[in-house]
Structures are given as structure tokens and as C-alpha cells.
Write a protein that binds this ligand. Sequence first.
Ligand code: WT7
Length: 640
Amino acid sequence: MMSETYRIGLGNNNNSLREKANSDFVSFWDEQAKHLSWFSPWDKTLDWSPPFAKWFVGGTINASYNALDIHQSEKSTKSAILWEGENGESRNVTYGEMFTLVQKFANVLKSLGVQKDDRVTIYLPMVPELIVSMLACARIGAIHTVIFSGFSATSIKDRVSDSKSKIIITADGGYRRGKIVKLKDVIDDAIKDIDFVEHVVVLERTKNKITMNPKDNLWNDLMNNISELCSAEALPSDHPLYILYTSGTTGKPKGVLHGTGGYLTHLHSTFKWAFDIKDSDVFFCTADIGWVTGHSYVAYAPFLHGATQVMYEGAPDFPDASRMWDILQKYKVTIFYTTPTALRMFMKFGDEIPNSFDLSNLRLLGSVGEPINPEVWKWYFKTIGKEKCPIIDTWWQTETGGMLISPLPGLESIPLKPGSGTLPIPGVDISVVDEIGKDVPVNTKGYLVIKNPWPGMLLTLWNDDEKYKTVYWSKYENCYYPGDYARKDEDGYLWLLGRADDVLKVAGHRIGTAELESCIVSHPSVAESAVCGIPDEVKGEVIIAFVVLKQGVEQNSKILEKEIIDKIRNNIGSIATPKQIYFVSKLPKTRSGKIMRRLLKAIGNNEKIGDVSTLEDGAAVTEVQQVFDELKTSIKNNLE
Ligand code: WT7
């Protein structure tokens, strides 16, 4: 299986780092951690009692200190955030200004009774105050839990209840495609029955009308007359920095818990190796901070390096298809990090649009969140990078904290292959194995596994060590199982082949099938439901849902369909809306009762049964054929 290679380097070649990492990954990470500022050194680099890892044990550190304090003598007037509002407004927030804002807001949190270890829920649009809130929490040792502003009231309620947040930070509204998303109203609805929430801080962004309740305080009121000085707490290296909820294979989202010293070490190193960050760079990552990419490579990593970054508030194609390239030109962006979904959309708009902008400052391009199709990679390389920018296809997860597989042009120059994440980062040992954990032959599809702990690794799942063990560490002994398919080619390059579990990836966002199914089943007319993803030209994957109604309920009802969709929007958020709902009389299951999702996928894709019959264990081919035919007929009747 030969594939095209692209040789494009940035002149960096530091092979000795890989050699060091291979010979002893623990002392390798020990060296890397020294690039951060610690209040006190650690006694032990790694305490590994599988599957729990503690990095830099005994050391004390603070994330906000490493993001801000250390830059004040040399970079206080340097731009930290070049913010672009969706409506064209802009703000330039310097490192000095961020430092003041964060200290003041940390004092606000203290004045509201927030203490070390308390959880703070943040539900804000993409504005600098979102980063201010996160760094202020980190400064005093409070644990932030940011919720993506597209999530619904029920999702927020679940997360606030699970994390027991006493404080919520939100805004009156946020702009999305020219409209105001009324965030404060969503919060009011979410917390109306939660009595442990003590205060809600409301940032005025859109000035839409809101109802102020007894618990509510305006951001600006709190920030007036508060001290500008708040020193950063010295926290143990494994102090929890944040909880970020992500979908898995069970009905409830999991609270991924990240620590401090290890996590920051991972981010500091990968930001340097992958992005080759220099003082003069203008970095732009398009991820929303509500997802892990925005946590790691917007809110933390650029700050650790005192880098300047662009932060954009709104939709990438608003008011039109040229918005992204306009931003790149306006701020002279040098490093651009985005998703395959966004790239596929830009590519569909045609070359003329990006060609009419000056993108000559670009020197490095990145991709994250889902597999990138080789055609899209090549388009990115030619049309956006003008064949002079390396592309880094970075594989990682909410749980891994930072990149684990990626080309590292800041470290070494290796040939790139469109569609491959290339090699693991130094110090990380990755294999592709079969069902029993044996390495599969070259170019054979298998499961990706990580064979040693790494510093950005999650500490555990919030309040659920048992689930942490079973989800990630029970499939293979002492190996982390991320739930992805992959293959390794003849050069040892890794090719990521999508999820191996019941997690969907829609526009790069994770959606758990069980979560969505239990939401659909909560509709009083629904007896059973199964959802699956089918390929989509832009979003990578879109959702289709199969629904069995309770006896006596009228089928094919448009009203019913709308009710189910509303339920999904209200319970999860519109990102989980299925593209198509099929009403069927029964679901295809194996004898052991497992839903045959691949069969559903095949139906959605209009494929033949032959392609799938052998893939499901416990199901006889003739039986599968029968269910398949039945389903096809009932769908056909459905659509007529
Ligand atoms: C899942 C993790 C990485 C931060 C954003 C998503 C898929 C991620 C790639 C890539 C192929 C990728 C995997 C992974 N994924 N990056 N470069 N190539 N697949 O974080 O929501 O936790 O999702 O995204 O399936 O397991 P996440």
C-alpha cells in the first residue's frame, strides 16, 4: 500500500530527543517538565499504579501562573488575544491586561465563596472572558467545568448536578450566525430546581433582555472595586484543573478529570514540537473552548508559551464563505489549526474565495478531531498552504489531554503522507493490536492501544474510578484503549480509521449512541430506538435514527418526528439531531440482544447485505437477511 509522500520541513531536526524518549520515557518527561515554572520541585517523576498515574509527585505548580505571571516582565504589552467578534468588532487583549483581569476575577470568585477544589461551571460564548474565567479558577485551585454553549438546559442540569458546581458563569447571550443565543435563559431553566447553586455571574455580551434572579450578579458589577492583586496558589502537581464532560458508550456523559503538572507539561511540549511556536507567530485555532481542543490549545498551551492568538466568536461561514480567510488575512495568521469538517466545507465553496485573500503569512497548518480525507489534505496543502506549509494531522482525545500522534515539524522533518497522523510523539508507545492484544501485521486494521502512561493523561473520571478502569483499561491489560481503529504502514506511520465503539463523530464532535437512544426512548410514544452514523461529505458522519413505536401509536406522523427532534434538541443539543428518522416495526438484534448497528448503517447507506452479514457475531446470515429485507421494506413504505 504505497502512498504519496510530501517532504516539507521547517529546518528542525532534533533526533536525539526521540532517542532519549525511547530509552527512558520517565526521565525524558522529567526533562520536559523543567520548562515550566514550579513553586517547588517534585520528588518522584512518575508514580504508576496502573491504571492511575501521578506525574511529578510532590511538586507544586499553578497553571495560571505559568500562563500569565511568567510573561509579565517581558511580554506585558504583547497581544495575548486578538479577538474578532462575529459582528466585526475586535479587541486586542495584552498579556498585561489578561493578568489584571484574571487576578480581579479570581478575587471575584473568592468573594463569592469559591475555595480550592470547588467546581465552577462555565457556560459562555467565545469571548476573552471565557479564558479569564478558566485561568481565574486555575489561579485559586477551583476546578472549572466548561460546557459548550450549544448544549441544552437538560445537559447543563446533568453536568451541574454531577459536578456539584456552586457557581455558574454565563452571559446574557452569544452571537451565532447573526442571531442571539440566549444563554442566560438556558441557565435559568437548567438550574431552577438545583438548590446548591449559590451564585450565577452574568457577563453582558449582547445586552438582550434578561431576568435577574436573586442568585444573579453582573460581571461588571463584581469586577468594579475589586483588588487587582491575587497571587497564584501553589497546588500539588496532580491537583485537578478541570472536568470536561464527553460522550461515551453509556447513557451518561463522562466527566474527564485532568490534572495540572503533567497536563501542562504535555501541552507545553506538544505546542512547541507540533506547531514550532515562535515569539513572532500569530496562532489561530478555530475550536470552540467548549471542547477539549479549545481547552488545551486555546485556553492553555498558547499562554504557556506567551504566544499571540486569534480568537473568533462566531460561525466560520458567517456572514459568508470568505469569513475565515478574511480573518487569516486581517490578523496575518501564521499557524492555522482547524477540523476536517470545516475544511470540507471550505473546499466545497471553491478555490476562488481563498485565492482572493493574502494568506502568505501562513507557515504551518493543522487538522484535528476526525480522520482527514487525503483529497482534503491535498487541497489544504495546495490551496491554503500554497505547497509551502507542513500539515500536521493531530490525533488525540478529550481523555489524552494533548496530542499523541502527529507530525512534529518543530522537532524534526519527516515525510508527510496525506491522511496519516504519522508517528506517536516522543515518549509514547503505541501499537495496533487484534482482539486478544497481539500486534496485527503491517497495513492491517486493528485497535489502537497506548502502552505506557503519558503526562497529559486523564487522572480518572469524576467520582467514578471504577468506570475509568472499565472503559479505558479493561480491554487489554495495562494498556489504554482509546476506542479507535487504526493501521500501521510499512514505515510505522499510523492511519486512524475511526471509532471502534458506539461513539459517533458528527462534524468532529463526539455523540454517544446510548445517550441519544435513551433520549429518543424517553418520548412517551417510543418503545425502542437505535441510532447510527452514515458517511457525510462535509460532516464526516451524520446520524440516522430507527424508531419502534409503542403499539397503537400512529406511524409516519410528522408531528411525532418533530416532537422527537425537539426532545433531542432540548435534552442534548442540536448537534445530536438525526438527519433522518425511520419508523420501523422492530430492530435488528443478535441472539444475545445486541443491536446490529452495522446492519442499520448498511441500510442507511443503501448497501447490500453481503457486506455486513459476517461482521456481527451471534447472528445467522439467513436471519440477518430476513431482518434486513423487512427493515428495507418498512423504510420504503415509510418514505413513500
Ligand atoms: C476522537 C476523540 C482531539 C481533540 C478533539 C476531539 C477522533 C481525533 C483525529 C485525527 C482521526 C481523530 C478519534 C478520537 N480523532 N483526532 N487526527 N484523525 N481521528 O476530541 O471529542 O475526545 O474525540 O476523535 O476517533 O478517539 P474527542
